[in-house]
Structure formats: C-alpha cells, structure tokens
Write a protein that binds this ligand. Structure first.
Ligand code: SAH
Length: 269
C-alpha cells in the first residue's frame, strides 16, 4: 500500500482560477484537507462523492500530520489544499519533512498566486522595461520573526517592485520602513484585498498615504501591498524589447515576418 499527499494550489480565491491538474487531483482524492478561511468551498465541487473533507484551520500541524500517517498506513490519496501557490508562505516545508519521515510520497500542484490575481485586478504588468525588472516578495515581522538579513528597509533600497504579504496589520510601521529605505513619498502603491473574490477591493495611493488608506478601508488581513514605480501611470513606461520591430529572434527573425505565422489546421474527417 502506498499513499500519496498532494499539496494543491487552490489559487487566489475565484474557483475558476483552479488549474485543470488541481481539479483532477481533487477528483481522485480520498481525503481533502482545506483551509476554510482562504479557500472557496466551491472548489470542493471537484471532490468525488464519499471523499472525506477535513477543515485544516482548527488543527495544528501535528493533527494534520496524523491524517498523513493514516494515509501512509491505509494507502490513501490526500489532497492538502493551499491558497494561491503552495510554495509561497504555504507552511509547506514542515509538511514535506513530516511526509518524508512517514515514508509517504508527495507531489506539489502549482497554483495561481495571489500576486498574479492582484496584478490582474490592477490591470498592470509588474515588470516594465527600464522601470522595474525585479520583483521582491517579502513581509514584515509580526508574531513571526524575519531572518536578520531580510529587513524591509534593506529591500526598499532597491527601489524595484515590492510585494508585501501578511503585512497590513501595522500600516504605520510598514509605511515608515518603506520611506526609510528610500522610496520617495510619491511612489505609487496599491493595496489589493481578497483579489479575485466577489468582495475584492483595490486601493491606490502614494506611499505618503499608504497607512492612512489601509486604515480608512479597514483592511487588516488577506491583502497584498504593492509598491514601486511600475504601479504608476502606464503611459510613462518603457516598452518590451522582445516585441520591438527592430529586435529579431528565433521565432521572428528580422526581415522574415511571416515565417512562423501559421494557422492551426482543422482536424480531418
Ligand atoms: N500561498 C499564498 C499566500 C499565503 S499567505 C499565495 O501564493 O498567494 C496569506 C497571505 O497571502 C495573505 O495574508 C495575503 O497577504 C496574501 N493573499 C492570499 N490570498 C490573497 C488574495 N486573494 N488577495 C490578496 N492577498 C492574498
């Protein structure tokens, strides 16, 4: 008997942002462990009749691992559903280690990150040529600490696009760190609450008003803060080199524009 634990990315919220692979893993699972606070219950429509549905939010890591131990003994397939992508702030590492110790196989099914959903809500690209070509994903310390070499003030010195998870609870400190790091007070910021959910909220403001905007909208959880010049007015931005008429490459050699411009053939018969 060999069980399997699949760590499944459920996406940012909207049930149709689940991947096809995630849906088929859910359909095969004997047990589905999911966080009620962060995952839309509509995702469970993919479960097969008779699958055991276990909420994870009122359980400790050890209690969830008991489910994996039973799966190892009984040869069950478990789908452990995480919001967004499981590999980003997903408490995945300790679960993988526990599964390794139990000798049960694991797999990871990628999910659409909340960052992708937030950028979609903003209607913007996060990397713009000659404006910002790097993304920093980080968070501020709260009840959980940060490694000493990962301070927000230091990251802010890069001046690139910063994406802050789990960081809206102390907005004044957040704003102060970003300013101290060197972002100008007029740097464009966006706060995206529950991206892709029906109650999604997008707030835009300059950095000097970030704390006040977060407070005024009573955003205390489930939000991303995005900071940096790429969040600004789209009309002032540079453009991609790859799609420039003067930039040739394998699929669009200079001087042979139609070479790869084929239409899909209709099926025969
Ligand atoms: N693995 C997830 C992140 C989990 S940590 C992912 O890939 O997105 C939880 C934090 O992620 C929240 O506090 C919030 O900062 C962010 N988050 C998750 N879903 C979100 C959503 N739909 N909209 C905005 N932020 C979200």
């Amino acid at each position: 008997m060999s069980g399997l634990v699949s760590f499944v990315g459920a996406g940012p919220g909207a049930p149709d942002l689940l991947t096809l692979r995630a849906a088929s893993v859910l359909a095969r699972a004997d047990v589905i462990v999911w966080a009620r606070s962060l995952v839309d219950p509509a995702i469970l429509d993919h479960a097969r009749a008779g699958a055991e549905l276990v909420p994870s939010d009122d359980r400790t890591h050890e209690q969830v691992v008991e489910i994996y131990a039973r799966a190892a003994r009984e040869g069950l397939r478990v789908a452990r559903v995480h919001s967004g992508d499981p590999t980003v702030y997903g408490a995945l590492h300790e679960q993988l280690a526990a599964c390794r110790a139990l000798g049960i196989a694991t797999e990871i099914v990628p999910g659409v990150s909340s960052v992708s959903a937030a950028a979609a809500a903003l209607g913007q690209e996060l990397t713009i040529p000659d404006v910002s070509q790097s993304l920093i994903y980080t968070r501020r310390p709260t009840r959980t600490s940060m490694p000493p070499n990962e301070q927000l003030v230091e990251f802010a010195k890069h001046g690139t696009t910063l994406v802050l998870f789990l960081s809206v609870r102390r907005p004044r400190e957040l704003q102060a760190d970003l300013l101290e790091g060197g972002y100008a007070p007029e740097t464009p910021c966006a706060v995206v609450y529950r991206a892709s959910w029906p109650d999604e909220l997008v707030v835009r403001c300059p950095l000097s008003e970030l704390a006040a905007s977060i407070k005024a909208n009573r955003i205390t959880t489930q939000a991303l803060v995005l900071v940096g010049p790429a969040l600004g007015d789209a009309s002032c931005a540079g453009r991609s080199h790859v799609y420039d008429p003067g930039y040739g490459h394998r699929y669009r050699p200079l001087g042979r524009p139609d070479r790869y411009n084929k239409t899909k053939e209709a099926p025969r018969g």
